[in-house]
Each structure stands twice: as structure tokens, then as C-alpha cells.
Design a protein. Sequence first.
Length: 318
Amino acid sequence: MGGWHTSPVLLRIYRSAVVGRQRWGPLRLFGVAALSLGYVLTSLGQWCLSRLSVALLVAALQLAALAAPRFALAAAIAALVAAATALVLAARVDAEDDSTGHRGGAEGFKDDCCENTVEAVAALLQREREQGPLPHFPYLEFDVQETADGELVVYHDSLLTRGFPRDGINAAAVARLEQETGIAFGLLTVADCRLAQLQALHVGGRPGVCIPTLKQLLDACIAGGVQRSLAIEMKQLLSDAGRLKFLDTIRRAPQPYAIWYLDTQGPRLDRDPRALRQRFGRLGWAGVIAFPHLFARSFGVFGSEQVLAHLTRCLLAG
């Protein structure tokens, strides 16, 4: 949860209108403008209200960049990205730390464990068994999205670059992946790859640490004796088969009260999970959360009547 989730639509615009153009023509300028507008709208939609002033400042910087002369546009965009990153980091400094279980109990890929991995979940649950109830641990959260072959994996970003260093132990697998997909590694997303291709890569460059499936991570939670609700954040589900598989996997949780829980105020779960629990009730053993636009992309107007009927039955069944 948290962070800016790159839209596949924006990625396609970037690939065709920006990367694919060598000169600054109207189409390339349109691509940059569309990306900037998408970034503004996504920022306004996902950041909590306390960061609205930050989002507005970022929007102003982007408009200034678009108004710059063509020869200065690239430099302006680079400065904008750096400024936006610094502002977001500054806005998060004073936020209350309720993130012990965020992304499977790890944040990033530099510490002892990598985020959203079986190893991170196992280490977190082992630590709680040894030390007792951990602070700032209202839920165990992780992110789910669908691969090109309809499998469900646990990974936060759309792009692969942050989680999988392309050099060293991953070099050969990255070369094969680029050859098989025809897409540069820097632009590859989870949705572009099959499960076998993703699991051939080593998360964080750690030997033997692979991207887990949703079932593998749920099994790790059960094996570790998890004592917290699971907040399963849905990033994107691309096919009806993937949507049904997602629902069926959650419904087969070991407790009969696995609950479908739609978080329509995603940023508040980061900022104030206690208030959300009071308003919406407990998650139960496992629940699903999603930002509204990501939920709509997977289950709204994009879902078939079969999936929507199945979802309605899940909601009515509690």
C-alpha cells in the first residue's frame, strides 16, 4: 500500500509517444503532457487530505515544466520528478508509524528481508512469537496483481526495476526476459511477464528469494501462525479468470469468516487504521482493500457480468 502506482495506460503512452520518438515533435510533447496530467490526477486521488497542498504544489511545478521551451523540457521534467519525490518524502516524515506489517513486514529491498516475500512474512511472525505482540502492527498487508498467464503474485510496483536488479545474479534471466517479451527491462511490468519468467528472477538480487504467488504467501501466514488480520491490497486483475481465481483463493482461507472488505478511503488506512476499524469493523481473518480507481479497473465496468454476480454473492455472504 502507499506510493504511486504506475498505470498501464500511462506506460503505453510513455513507450509509444516518448521513448519511441527521437525528436521533440507534437506527439512526443503530447505524451509528456499526458503523463504529467496522469501523475497529477493520480497524486490527488491517492494522497491523504493532509498532503493535498503537496499535490497542488507538484501540479504547479508540472505546469511550469510544460510551459518551458522545448529545449528545456527534458531538464524541467527531471527537476520536477526530483522535487516531487522530495516533497512526498517530506510529507511522510511526521506520519505515525503504523507500518510494521506493511508490504509483508518489510519496506524496500535493502534490509535483512525484501518486501512482499515469504521470507519477510516468516521473519516478522517469528519475531512476534519471540518478543510478544509488536507495536504498530494493526494488520499484515501485501499487494497482489495478475501476471500475463493469469497467475496471482505478490508485488507492489507495476515496473520490475525496483525489485529486481538487472545485473549480477539476474543478468542472464533479464536478457532472456527482454528477448522473450521484446520489451526493454526498464519498461517491463508484472502484467507483461509469465509467472515462470518472474520467478526466474531473484528479488532484491538475493539468491533463492523469488516473487511469491498469493497462495504461497497465504500459506506462509498460516504456517507462521499469524495473529493479525490480513489486508490484501488488490493492484490489478486483468482477466475474468484472474478475478475469479482471486476471489476463490480468498474464500478458501482457513476461517469461515474470510471477509470481502473494500477500503474506499485507502490513504486513511496508512494514516489512521484505528479510525477505519471503528468505522468499518474488523477485517476478520483476511480482507481485501483497494484504492477506488484500482478496484474499478479490476471489478467495475471492466468486469464481466459473471464476475460481478460472483462478487455480489461474496459481499452478501459476508
